[in-house]
Design a protein around this ligand. Structure first.
Ligand code: SF4
Ligand code: SF4
Length: 172
């Protein structure tokens, strides 16, 4: 499967749809785009997008976050920027922040506020899911429902949800 093509199509769901109708960056001086050391995970196969586009504003590194699929271990890469990017090339994690997918106890995908965002993002701190733009939430659900049809992505999502649980203990 050409994963770059899949992600580039999914990116379009978020070209014009944002967490809220207003520019939320005015609330926080774009706290999620400071170009610090926090970075954002690239989802399985998403790295192919940046091999294809090769933008000069992104740096991709390995992490110590791994997941297993079919007995094989896979690393989850992280992307760093300097606080600037081409909006139309930004990673999926940037497009869906401060929400994120989560596999619940029944193995179903939910969209939740990213617990890692609660220390920096005013929306993550104060908003309930229903306070976000409904089209934004719907498109995240659409994107991850599609991605999770791939078994490797689903296995990633299980590990990722356990990872989020560690943060939820502190922030929920
Ligand atoms: S930190 Fe939250 S409120 Fe600020 S720009 Fe990012 S998503 Fe919007
Ligand atoms: S890649 Fe763009 S959207 Fe993502 S954190 Fe950097 S400046 Fe913000």
């Amino acid at each position: 499967m050409n994963t770059a093509y899949v992600y580039l199509q999914l990116y379009r769901l978020f070209d014009d749809i944002t967490p809220v109708a207003a520019d939320c960056g005015m609330l926080c001086k774009k706290a999620c785009c400071k170009g610090d050391d926090s970075g954002m995970f690239l989802f399985p196969g998403e790295r192919e997008v940046f091999k294809l586009l090769d933008p000069d504003w992104i740096r991709i590194e390995k992490t110590d976050f791994n997941y297993t699929h079919d007995g094989k271990k896979y690393n989850v890469p992280i992307a760093f920027c300097s606080g600037h990017c081409d909006r139309y090339q930004r990673p999926l994690a940037c497009r869906i922040f401060p929400l994120t997918p989560y596999l619940n106890a029944d193995g179903k995908i939910e969209i939740i506020t990213d617990p890692r965002g609660k220390s920096i993002c005013p929306l993550a701190k104060a908003f309930l899911l229903e306070d976000f733009d409904a089209a934004f939430v719907k498109n995240i659900k659409r994107a991850f429902t599609l991605l999770a049809k791939n078994k490797q992505f689903y296995d990633f999502l299980k590990e990722y949800s356990s990872y989020l649980d560690e943060f939820r203990r502190f922030y929920d």
